[in-house]
Design a protein around this ligand. Structure first.
Ligand code: FES
Length: 217
């Protein structure tokens, strides 16, 4: 297997910001919407994951074995129930993401199903895929953890950040996740979708126009 530095066109001493920048550039270049292939796209994602896992050029096999093991881990549950709320609704009602009773208020507000409800997410299915399967058109662009258009805010439950993404630690700590590459590990979770314009998230946005099949209002 090629070195992840080679795949991303980086020197082995590249620092974290160079790695993130290279990943975001490469993922655009090889995205199937841009003329790349699925295998190229996956290779770039895997390279980035290996670097995030602490790839050591002097011991290239160790991290990859861990990565393979991680991918084989069974899911904790056979299905996950995700209660969702559209961020635009918060504006309309004057609610905040930090409101303790946010979802209780949403449940009482007689909202349209597109704005509030619950979806079932199957193992190995991203939250975005599950939403689309239920007929919803949530924002996305790259579908690969690089553009932030699909950002969601985790209110309750556990949705671990995947290895391959561009979110900085402070956004992860505040509950921001990417719906295109994340799946809950708890049986139940509450998320607010459509949060790509929140401060910090909007600075990471890549224009949806770069991706042929993007859905981004
Ligand atoms: S990060 Fe681009 S669609 Fe999810």
């Amino acid at each position: 297997m090629d070195s992840p530095f080679d795949v991303l066109g980086l020197d082995p001493d590249a620092d974290e910001s160079e790695i993130v920048r290279a990943y975001r550039e490469r993922v655009k270049e090889v995205h199937p919407d841009q003329g790349g292939t699925v295998s190229e796209f996956r290779a770039v994602q895997t390279a980035y994951e290996r670097l995030q896992d602490g790839y050591d050029p002097d011991d290239p096999s160790s991290v990859h074995e861990d990565f393979d093991q991680q991918a084989d881990d069974p899911p904790q549950y056979d299905e996950h129930f995700v209660e969702y709320l559209n961020y635009e609704v918060l504006d309309d009602f004057g609610w905040e993401l930090t409101d303790d009773d946010l979802f209780e208020k949403a449940a009482r507000a007689d909202l349209d199903r597109v704005d509030y409800g619950e979806i079932l997410v199957e193992p190995h299915e991203s939250i975005l895929e599950a939403a689309e399967k239920h007929g919803f058109a949530w924002p996305f662009a790259c579908r690969g953890g690089a553009c932030s258009n699909c950002a969601i805010a985790l209110i309750d439950g556990e949705v671990p950040p995947p290895n391959s993404h561009v979110l900085p630690p402070e956004l992860i700590d505040s509950g921001i996740r990417l719906s295109c590459i994340t799946t809950p590990v708890t049986k139940d979770a509450q998320i607010v979708y459509n949060v790509k314009h929140l401060p910090g998230v909007n600075e990471l946005l890549l224009p949806a126009s770069r991706f042929k099949q993007a859905k981004s209002d």
